[in-house]
Ligand binder design. Structure first.
Ligand SMILES: Cc1cc2nc3c(=O)[nH]c(=O)nc-3n(C[C@H](O)[C@H](O)[C@H](O)COP(=O)(O)OP(=O)(O)OC[C@H]3O[C@@H](n4cnc5c(N)ncnc54)[C@H](O)[C@@H]3O)c2cc1C
Length: 515
């Protein structure tokens, strides 16, 4: 869920769908830790058009879901003159991007920031007139903490800091020296993040660096996530360069040589009025192209067209489209495809979305006994706490709380401890607050508490995910006119969803051109 966005190799996948004809393998991407060439900074986004000579308004494209994936794709298509309709079951845009304002606190119940990993973000922000609202994280937020033995340790960002840190024992630090001399694994695609990291960097690095960050990014468990699907850059460093350190050095050198393709370090962004103001602004531009309170129940093929049945209370409405794009979560997509797509439904249904509870706390500033000099902290599973980590909201962005208040978001559950949320009772929240206060040296109770349960929060790119990825490509090739997108394909972060929206737009254009 990218609670803790990372702009390096640990960022969740940025690789985008390959063309259907290319085997879903390892592409020799030159920028192992950078942009896909299609998204190079040199690309001229102002010339984005699908096909000049056709009457685009006659092609009806229906998009399921008004989350950021659906809205951004609708935006590119609408801008290019297509007749787009977006069907959304809720009465507001944004999907996981939900912001509320209460008692002087700004609460982002979903993503609280994004990383500006693509110029496409700025492009949409400008086009929807939100430039003045966009804000960047305070530089203090560069510091990220990890809990060990009840102490918060800053994650080292330089070799000197690494040598000094107490986050890792001297033995673990020495173990890293072996990394360049280790060969590749035979397991290929079917390696978990844990296996990969334990083999290359040792057990302690897995426990105190990767385990907490996987919880921060995917709300995930590294034992179950596929390194190839969830962290393709990490995987590719080994594949292309034979090791992580070699890959980091050689990759950086190569990017430097190709100055034009070097990746600027991504900045963390949000908006003055919270993350939801972004999808809201896109939705404003789309106007009545979005149909709210429209729960899509079924999609069926009818000749060359698609019939999409939408229900709201006891009323139902049918939409007919030439092209249908689903951006709803995998388990929702499984529910809308008809019986003929059994195999697709099987793949979609197998994707695990663990529950996450988001706990928002406001304290008086004066009650907080430690400096709020970072993004927040993450908790390794070995530390046996009842939550995964906490974000220090009011440090990262202004306008999150009144000046005498400090605001925090804590995350509970995820794939690491979903059982905590099964038989949940008031005690869980009390215990979480108690643990949090101890870690943060807070001497009074919160003055503001809000919580939100995400029963199915984030798709887990689990071991064997490549089978789903390959099947989705085959399904699209076998069913021309249907496109599948959303955060279960090509990355879970807001930035990935936006990059993929542009790629989905391109894929739709290719399809129309070939028709
Ligand atoms: C708690 C949480 C914290 C996160 N934190 C971060 C973060 O800090 N940074 C970051 O980059 N990313 C973060 N993420 C991930 C990121 O927010 C999501 O991956 C991204 O917003 C997903 O967008 P989407 O459009 O693909 O899907 P969604 O946002 O899920 O949108 C899908 C839309 O489809 C609609 N829908 C579903 N079923 C139907 C139906 N049958 N008919 C019609 N409409 C339907 C839904 O109502 C929804 O609006 C977080 C996610 C969560 C849940």
């Amino acid at each position: 869920m990218v609670i803790f966005p990372m702009s390096g190799v640990l960022s969740p996948r940025r690789r985008l769908y390959p063309p259907a004809c290319r085997p879903y393998g390892l592409e020799a991407e030159p920028e192992a830790a950078g942009f896909h060439p299609r998204h190079s900074l040199n690309r001229d986004y102002s010339k984005r058009t699908c096909k000049e000579e056709m009457d685009k308004g006659t092609i009806k494209i229906t998009i399921l879901g008004a989350g950021i994936s659906g809205l951004a794709t609708a935006f590119w298509l609408h801008q290019d003159g297509f007749d787009v309709t977006v069907l959304e079951s809720k009465n507001e845009p944004g999907g996981s991007m939900v912001t509320r304002h209460e008692d002087g606190f700004l609460i982002d119940y979903g993503p609280n920031s994004g990383l500006e990993t693509t110029p496409l973000i700025g492009k949409i922000v400008a086009a929807v007139g939100l430039e003045d609202e966009m804000i960047y994280a305070d530089e203090k937020a560069d510091k990220r903490y990890v809990l060990r033995n009840n102490q918060l340790h800053a994650l080292p960002t330089s070799p000197a800091a690494f040598l000094k840190t107490k986050l890792f024992t001297p033995k673990a630090k020495l173990r890293l020296l072996a990394e360049p001399f280790l060969g590749k694994s035979e397991e290929g695609y079917y390696q978990s993040v844990s296996e990969f990291v334990k083999r290359r960097l040792g057990r302690e690095f897995l426990d105190y660096a990767i385990n907490p960050f996987v919880a921060g990014i995917f709300a995930g468990n590294p034992d179950n996530l596929s390194v190839k699907s969830a962290f393709p850059k990490l995987y590719r460093l080994e594949e292309l360069y034979g090791g992580l350190f070699k890959g980091l050095i050689l990759g950086a050198r190569e990017r430097k040589k190709r100055a034009e393709q070097s990746k600027q370090s991504a900045r963390m962004f949000s908006f003055k009025k919270g993350m939801q103001s972004f999808p809201e602004a896109i939705a404003d531009k789309l106007g009545d192209k979005i149909k709210y309170n429209c729960n899509v129940e079924k999609v069926a093929k009818s000749g060359t067209k698609f019939k999409i049945l939408c229900k709201n209370a006891d009323k139902s409405k049918e939409f007919v489209a030439d092209i249908m794009l689903s951006t709803v979560p995998a388990y929702q997509a499984a529910a809308v495809f008809d019986d003929k797509a059994n195999k697709l439904v099987g793949h979609l249904d197998q994707i695990y979305y663990p529950p996450v509870k988001m706990l928002y706390l406001g304290f008086r500033q004066e009650a907080v006994g430690r400096p709020l000099d970072g993004f927040g902290f993450l908790i390794p599973a070995k530390e046996n706490k009842k939550f995964l980590g906490a974000i220090w909201n009011s440090t990262i962005f202004p306008y999150r709380a009144k000046s005498d208040m400090a605001a925090f978001t804590l995350f509970i559950g995820g794939a690491r401890s979903p059982e905590l949320l099964d038989n949940e009772n008031d005690k869980l929240i009390d215990n979480v607050i108690k643990e949090f206060k101890e870690i943060m040296h807070i001497n009074s109770d919160p003055v503001f508490i809000k919580e939100k349960m995400w029963p199915k929060a984030i798709p887990q790119y689990s071991l064997g995910y490549i089978e789903h990825e390959r099947y989705f490509e085959k399904f699209e090739a076998d069913n021309p006119g249907i496109f599948l997108s959303g955060n279960y394909r090509g990355g879970i972060s807001v930035g990935d969803c936006i990059k993929n929206s542009e790629l989905t737009y391109q894929r739709i254009c290719e399809y129309i051109k070939q028709k």
